[in-house]
Design a protein around this ligand. Sequence first.
Ligand SMILES: Cc1cc2nc3c(=O)[nH]c(=O)nc-3n(C[C@H](O)[C@H](O)[C@H](O)COP(=O)(O)OP(=O)(O)OC[C@H]3O[C@@H](n4cnc5c(N)ncnc54)[C@H](O)[C@@H]3O)c2cc1C
Length: 646
Amino acid sequence: MGFGWLTRLGSPFLKIFWADISKNLNFFQSGPETAPVWGKSALELRLRQPPLQRLGRGANPSIGRVVPVCLSATRRKLCEMTDEQQDEQFYRDTEGVAFPKLNDHQLSLLEPLGERRLVKRGDLVYKAGQRDLGLTILLRGEIEAFEQRDDTEQILATAHERDFIGDVAMLQGTSALASARVTSPDAEILHIPALEMRRALAEIPGVSKTIVDALIMRRRRIRRDREFAGMRVLASRDARDGHQLDDFLDKNRIPHRLVEVESEQGQALTDRFHLTGRDLPVLITPGGRRLRQPSLREVAREAGLLRSLAEENESEIFSDLTIVGAGPAGLAAAVYAASEGLNTVVLESYAPGGQAGSSSLIENFFGFPTGVGGGELTWLAQLQAYRFGAKFSTPSQALSLNYNADGEYRVCLETEGCSAILRAKTVLIATGADYRRLDAEGREQFENMGVYYAATAMEGQICRNETVVIAGSGNSAGQAAMFLSEGAAKVLLVIRGKSITNKMSDYLARRVQARENIEILYQTEIRKMFGGKKLEQIELENTQTGERRMVRTPAVFSMVGARPCTEWLPPEIERDDKGFIKTGTSVAGAPAWQASKHQPSPLETSLPGIFAAGDVRSGSVKRCAAAVGEGGMAVAGVQFRLASSS
Ligand SMILES: Cc1cc2nc3c(=O)[nH]c(=O)nc-3n(C[C@H](O)[C@H](O)[C@H](O)COP(=O)(O)OP(=O)(O)OC[C@H]3O[C@@H](n4cnc5c(N)ncnc54)[C@H](O)[C@@H]3O)c2cc1C
């Protein structure tokens, strides 16, 4: 039998995941609530489940209609499948990747890194909430992973010989989501400590692909599971603080559930733990701990995101490169720097991924012809950086930076909630920019699904022959209006003030005013946005008259300005008139460079050894791929600086 994360005990397809179909054994063990079934291969049994029989050609008996013959067989199947059937197929398709058995060669590579241990029935291999787990490989016997939730215990998986235990938490060093205990009378495990495991994953390709792919896939399966609880946030339906905890855990990709206190389950939890309205929101950990009205830092600590970069009693932390900001630019730099052996620390004030992390579909990132979720893309980048040994701390906001040109560790950083001083030989500032968001009801729901912050050819396609709306009165709004008016039926330029020449260059304002299909709506604001999955219409209000009107549109372009996250930096780091950091030739005349025998590299700031990349940099193109490119390029400059100062 194989090792599989399963959570729906008793559901008709549960048993399949308990079966190791890759080995084609002729039995599988059921969960505690079901009796063992003998004599059938899992696959055979699986195919006898009623839902799959409906996946054949032609009619869908469940809805009694004939599927049009022009649909491809695959699409037709997907259209006919219920959510549960699609889950079922997903679990079946990913079983092989998620639960591989290690072969002799892989075991021989891993053996010298760990130690063999004999364990007996009932021994806990690890506990939910425990951090920095190493890799546990089962050499003999049986181990069960389980989630303890309130009064119930849910068996998630069972491991046997050559299986390894765990999920992505091991790679990230975050808290274990479940516990694991020995269920056979005795067992033998190979335990590889976390540090050694990371080294193996970075340096032994023969094992790293199998293990990393499996850990990632297991996490995907857990995230898809509708019953796995992980952390629970108990909050009132409309409470902002509860939703913020939910968003924070979500953006940091920690499996969790938001339980509304008004729901039946919410009431049960409230009674069980004797909670009152004043306690909310409450975080309930997989280990059963309750944190009343926790701060984000407390939640992060519980989830294992907030790591102490300093050892106990250490007052200083040293790094070759400290990266501030873990958006695409910071993550790319972390991957390259850590893979090149630099001691790399990454500080992130909210959640790795940055702006890209909140984009549901990035369609212009190269290599993904049908687009890629920004959260998924940046999560994988983060795991890659972990694998190479980069150290992350979230949420850790950089508060100030001090520079000493003479020291080896020339930069001193003060960070939120950390009493130790972070000393770095080089620093990359990748803090991006905050795009001002429109204060319109429903806006959040349509981010990237109708609300855009850039007008490129891609967005132009969406707007072809449609009415589109641009909010803003600066040059970027004017340029977007001119560009989009070429393909759109009509462009509505919505501005708060009475004139467009206050902020827009004269020549551009004249062109905008002269273009026939651009209408300027003065003293107007967008109040509400409506639609299904995508934006369909908006409500506008004339702030002078109070008159409201609805406009059908697939796209609103928010061009109301961006603020670079640079307020924490000293004035010696030169910025342009909008606050974006200058780099390369534009800082060659800065005092520090005048005194140096070197020239600044393209992404180096006015202080040698301090670099800037991505949206925070003056002149950057504000695109995901560009930020990634700059992050990688900055590391080349870092290497040069480290070599020239040694
Ligand atoms: C909704 C949306 C959709 C988008 N869609 C696309 C798209 O389809 N295609 C495309 O190419 N681009 C898109 N973009 C733009 C793209 O996401 C950005 O250009 C890119 O994310 C910039 O990356 P960055 O690393 O420079 O900065 P950011 O992504 O802004 O990341 C900066 C990070 O730094 C952190 N930070 C800030 N200050 C501090 C501090 N003091 N200490 C520690 N951390 C700090 C922030 O929390 C953040 O995580 C989109 C942007 C948005 C908002």
